[in-house]
Every structure is written in structure tokens, then in C-alpha cells.
Design a protein around this ligand. Structure first.
Ligand code: SAM
Length: 261
């Protein structure tokens, strides 16, 4: 059974304001991707240093990359079904999008990085923004296209973003995406999001600080904020929910911008 949890970060609503709410058990049967422990899978990525800096222009390098924690978790099917059920039953799944919308001028350009089945991107599209969603999980991309026909969503890893993909007024990276990245790629991911920001662009990030879902990492605030500083991102605001309750130990919501003026 999927565990149902009222999301404290959403202010007590069942607003699945985050995948924090959707805890799914590990599959006990069915298809398992062939892999070995700690296995690497091939991919073509723009090389980024561990400090998030992009290597010289045009340098595209074929490399192997670790599986994401999301892939390791194997939660895609349960996650997608759970959201389909919530939406069908009329639950509020727009909490993060409402906060994102308040950060934006009308008709802004928004990237949803790790969009899942597209709920946040779709809510921002409905609010009149120019939205691009990227999501590397093929099944979730398919679900997003079926659920929200016309939603611009690409099957793509956020580590593959480059400055040419921007500029965006806002990058949304919510619902525990950050704690489901492949091990050791956090700074590269943060650097990739920084690189697509426009002049006064911002990033909205949110993830569980305690009791992360299975296979997600624990990312202490001190370590996260050190990684932000290392890649040239500044904390404009830290809150505990998408309704901007005070910062707490359970969940973190950050609004970030480029560190330099
Ligand atoms: C719990 S889901 C959240 C989905 C969506 N943001 C939401 O809130 O509904 C976590 C997502 O992180 C995505 N993810 C993990 N590593 C990623 C990466 N390197 N690039 C893009 N997305 C990634 C997974 O594919 C998965 O869709």
C-alpha cells in the first residue's frame, strides 16, 4: 500500500505539495532492470566539474553516469498511479505551483526540473507561464503527456542542461528531486540549474530533511547550503513549507538566486 500522509510542508492540506507525501514500498516482484550494485549506465552528458562549473564551451563528452536514486528506488509506477488517483479524486496537488506563481511576473519562462508526471508544470502552464518540463523517467514522461496533452515535456536529465537552454525566470525543482539525484551529482545539478537562470532568475527547491523516502538520501541543511555556496548560489529565503511557514527540521523550501550581483 502506498502510505498516505498529510503533508506538513503544504500546511496541513493533503495538497501533495510534494512527493514527500507519496511513500511507496519497494516492488516485491515484476520487472527489475538488469544491473549490478553501484552500476553505471551510459549516457551523453555535458561534462561538469564536481564544483558545478561547466567545462569549456562545446565540450560534449560521452561518459558513464551513476543511476539516480530514483531509478534505484523503482518507484515510478506506484508514484504515477498515486498521483493519477489523487488528481482523479480532486485532491489539491498544486501547492508548489502556487508558491512558484507568486515569485513570477505574468507570462514568465519556467523550467520544471525533474517534473515527474507533470503536475507542477501543468499548474504553472494553466497560470499562463511559458513552461518547459524535463524528466528522465520515460514512464512518467508518458504519463505526463497523457494526463496533460500539450504540456511541453522532454525526456531529459537535468545534468544535461546547458546555458543555451535558458534563460529562465524560475527553475522549479521540488518534490524531493534533489534527494533522488544520483550519488555525488548534487553540485553538478545545482550548477546546471544556475546556468540556465536569467538575469534575475531564481530557483525554487524543496525536499525532506528528515525521514526521506526509501532510496532518497538525507541531505543536511549545512551540506546543502555549502553546496549552494560552492556553485555560486545564494539563499534568498528558507522556509519549512510551500506556504512559507518558518524553517523547520522536517522539510526545507528554498528560494535561490545567483550569488553575484
Ligand atoms: C518524487 S519525484 C518528484 C517529481 C515532481 N517534481 C513532483 O513534485 O511531482 C522525484 C523525481 O526526481 C527525478 N530525478 C532524479 N534525478 C534526476 C535528474 N538527474 N534529472 C532530472 N530529474 C531527476 C526523478 O526522475 C523523479 O521524477
Amino acid at each position: 500500500m502506498v502510505g498516505e500522509r498529510v503533508d506538513p510542508a503544504a500546511g496541513g492540506e493533503v495538497c501533495v505539495c510534494d512527493i514527500q507525501d507519496v511513500r511507496v514500498p519497494q516492488p516485491t516482484g515484476g520487472h527489475q532492470e538488469p544491473r549490478e550494485a553501484g552500476l553505471l549506465t551510459p549516457g551523453t552528458l555535458r561534462m561538469r566539474g564536481m564544483d558545478g562549473t561547466t567545462l569549456p564551451h562545446g565540450e560534449l563528452t560521452s561518459m558513464t553516469t551513476r543511476r539516480t536514486r530514483w531509478q534505484e528506488a523503482g518507484q515510478s509506477g506506484n508514484f504515477g498511479r498515486r498521483f493519477a488517483e489523487l488528481i482523479a479524486s480532486g485532491e489539491d496537488v498544486d501547492g508548489e505551483a502556487r508558491l512558484a506563481d507568486t515569485l513570477l511576473p505574468r507570462g514568465a519562462r519556467v523550467l520544471d526540473a525533474g517534473a515527474g508526471m507533470g503536475r507542477v508544470a501543468a499548474a504553472l502552464l494553466r497560470r499562463g507561464h511559458d513552461v518547459v518540463a524535463i524528466e528522465p523517467d520515460e514512464a512518467l514522461v508518458r504519463q505526463a503527456r497523457e494526463t496533460y496533452p500539450g504540456l511541453p515535456i522532454e525526456e531529459r536529465d537535468l545534468l544535461d542542461l546547458g546555458p543555451q537552454d535558458g534563460p529562465f525566470d524560475l527553475v522549479v525543482c521540488v518534490g524531493n528531486v534533489i534527494v533522488y539525484l544520483a550519488e555525488g551529482t548534487e553540485r553538478r545539478a545545482l550548477g546546471a540549474m544556475r546556468d540556465v537562470l536569467g538575469e534575475s532568475g531564481r530557483i525554487l527547491v524543496g525536499f525532506h530533511l528528515q525521514d526521506p523516502p526509501a532510496h532518497a538520501r538525507t541531505y543536511p541543511v549545512e551540506e546543502f547550503e555549502a553546496d549552494l555556496a560552492a556553485v555560486g548560489l545564494r539563499v534568498d529565503l528558507r522556509a519549512g513549507t510551500y506556504q512559507l511557514h518558518p524553517a523547520n527540521d522536517a522539510y526545507g523550501v528554498w528560494i535561490l538566486s545567483r550569488a553575484q550581483a
